[in-house]
Write a protein that binds this ligand. Structure first.
Ligand SMILES: CC(=O)SCCNC(=O)CCNC(=O)[C@H](O)C(C)(C)COP(=O)(O)OP(=O)(O)OC[C@H]1O[C@@H](n2cnc3c(N)ncnc32)[C@H](O)[C@@H]1OP(=O)(O)O
Length: 231
C-alpha cells in the first residue's frame, strides 16, 4: 500500500464537538470512513463517555497517547471571520506529525482536475469545478461553489451557499460569508472578509472587510449620508 493510501485508510479522530464537528461527523459517516473517537476538552471535563455514538477519548491530551502513524485527524473546529483557533490547532498537530485527509461529502462534486490539499473539507452539496486548487484546512461549506480555476489559499472558509465565480483567488485565512457572491477574476487578500449576502465586484486587499449594500434607511443613521446606508 502506498504512503498516501495507508494514510487515507487510518481511522479518524474528530477534534471538537460543536456545530461544525457535527457536520464533519455527518460527512465522515456518509463517506463510510472509519472513526476512532472524538477529542473535546468540554466533554472530557463533563465526564461524558460517548458523543453521537463516538467514544470520547478525552481533551487535547488524549492525542499524546496516539501515534500519528495510527490515526488521522478531522478538524471539527469551525471558523468564523477572523477566528484563528481552527488554524492554530491544525498547525500545532500537523507539526507533531498528524495528517488531516481531505474530506469530501459523497454528495459534493469535485472535478477530477481540482486539487485539494490536506485538511480540506468539502461539505454536502458543494461544487469544486475544473482546475481549482484549494489550500490546507480550508472549508468549502454546505452548498458553496467554486467555479473553474479558483485558487483558494489555506485556512479559508467559504461559508454555506457562497458562490465564487471563475478564476477567483483567495488569500490564506480569508472568509466568504454565507450566500455571498464573488464576481469572476477577483482577488481577496489574506484574512479578507466578505460579509454574508454581499456581492463583491472589486478585489479586496488583505484584512479588508466588504459588507453588503443597504437599500433603505436604518434607525439612528442619516438618510443624507450614503456611507451610513452602505457600510
Ligand atoms: C454553518 C454556518 O453557520 S457557518 C457560519 C457562516 N456565517 C456567516 O456567513 C456570517 C458572516 N458574518 C458576517 O457577515 C458578519 O456580519 C461580519 C463578519 C461581516 C461583520 O461582523 P461585525 O463586524 O461583528 O458586524 P456587526 O455584527 O457589528 O454589524 C454591524 C452592522 O452591519 C450589519 N451587518 C453586518 N453583517 C451584515 C450582513 N452580512 N448583511 C447585512 N447587514 C450586516 C449589522 O446588522 C449591523 O447593522 P446595525 O449597525 O444597523 O446594527
Amino acid at each position: 500500500m502506498s504512503d498516501l493510501a495507508a494514510f487515507q485508510a487510518l481511522p479518524l479522530v474528530l477534534l471538537g464537538a460543536g456545530g461544525h464537528a457535527k457536520v464533519v461527523l455527518s460527512l465522515v459517516r456518509a463517506a463510510g470512513l472509519a472513526l476512532h473517537g472524538v477529542c473535546d476538552p468540554a466533554l472530557a471535563r463533563q465526564g461524558v463517555a460517548q458523543w453521537r455514538g463516538l467514544p470520547v477519548l478525552g481533551g487535547d491530551e488524549a492525542l499524546d497517547a496516539l501515534a500519528p502513524s495510527a490515526v488521522a485527524l478531522a478538524n471539527g473546529i469551525g471558523q468564523l471571520a477572523q477566528g484563528t483557533l481552527r488554524r492554530d490547532v491544525y498547525e500545532r498537530l500537523a507539526r507533531r506529525g498528524f495528517r488531516f485527509p481531505a474530506l469530501v461529502h459523497p454528495q459534493a462534486w469535485v472535478d477530477p482536475s481540482a486539487v485539494l490539499a490536506d485538511g480540506v473539507q468539502v461539505m454536502a452539496g458543494a461544487v469544486v469545478q475544473a482546475d481549482c486548487r484549494v489550500g490546507e484546512n480550508t472549508i468549502v461549506n454546505t452548498r458553496a461553489s467554486l467555479d473553474h480555476d479558483c485558487l483558494i489559499g489555506a485556512h479559508v472558509h467559504v461559508a454555506p451557499g457562497a458562490c465564487l465565480c471563475g478564476t477567483v483567488s483567495v488569500g490564506d485565512g480569508a472568509f466568504v460569508g454565507a450566500g455571498a457572491t464573488v464576481l469572476p477574476n477577483l482577488t481577496l487578500g489574506e484574512r479578507a472578509v466578505v460579509a454574508a449576502g454581499a456581492t463583491l465586484a472589486r478585489s479586496l486587499p488583505a484584512d479588508a472587510h466588504h459588507l453588503p449594500h443597504r437599500s433603505g434607511p436604518r434607525a439612528g443613521h442619516s438618510q443624507d449620508n450614503p456611507q451610513d446606508l452602505n457600510r
